[in-house]
Design a protein around this ligand. Sequence first.
Ligand SMILES: [Cu+2]
Length: 378
Amino acid sequence: MPDSIDTSDLDTKTNRRVFLSRASAITLAIPGLGLVLTGCSTESPGTLDSTQLRAPSSSGNTPPPPLNSNSKLDSAVLKGAPPSNLSTAVGTVHGASTAPFQRYDPTLPPLNSTGSVQLHWHSRDVPVRINASTVVAAWTFEGTLPGPIVHCRVGDTVEFTLTNESVMPHSMDFHAAQINPKTAFRSVAKGESVTFTFKPKWAGAFMYHCGTAPVLMHIGSGMYGALIVSPREPLPPAKEFVLVQSEFYLADAVNGVRAFDYAKMLTTMPDFVAFNGRPDQYVTEPIRVKVGDRVRFWVVDAGPTHPCHFHVVGEQFDTVYLGAPPGNAIHGVQTWSVAAGGGMCFELLCDVVGDFPFVNHGFGHGQKGAIGFLSVEP
Ligand SMILES: [Cu+2]
């Protein structure tokens, strides 16, 4: 375990990473750069593609559609039943098993200055490679897992439209919104859209997710992400990163692709736990900053079930915000738990050069992939 060992004999970052990699019973070696596409294309996860930002199409005088009986609140999770144990009929996506690995860029996207964010997203079923040997049959927002990172400020207007391109009904639940969920978060069938608008009242790291019943299955199959709401008064300058922890409950591969397994989700014993959808991805390719940088981690725990006990080995958080930043700051924190469905903001000053593992200190889950390196370079 990364912080239970004496690292004094591990002189190089390579050795530490090798040790951590070997220490993980299920960590799978990710061969080199050939598979690592460090996300500069317009399809890069974690960045908003401007071609995908369009004005909502049905926010005018169109009467609201009738309530959909498939639309359930989170509390309806026990009522719903999936059509089968597996989330997707695997093997139906041609060429799915050859999906390339793409590192999820954890960088917080910049704010725009317009005071509004227009998002026209699509729910899509796509194969996603989460490591060298695992392709999952994901349900997604915008084809990425997690969905795109959204960044706005308190009081900005978020205009959102979801168009469903999947066979299953889907919906969108923004935790940053105060809105009637029965209408805004309703499910839509294939080819249909839902549009709503909201203004976040509080700063923080907020989860979004599909809320269609059973919610466990829709979150567990990839339909989640982070909306980061910055306060109106800027926080201290920092290198800002977003980490979304989630769990993977997978069936055996069929034609090289693993479906998400609903029965396994109910056991709450995940195969993998990951930051930003790929186990150990930031061990292979760390998050890099310079000595003297302040680092701000916006951590969202998408679950669907387990918390994230966030900790940085060899560092301390000088500030953790218990409420909306900049209020309710506490100082000198070693570990703080982010609840499933929650999000928090962690800050540290990187005044020591080195490679610092950031982990879920619930090590049964850190060991399953919720780990990475923050490399502080001279
Ligand atoms: Cu869904």
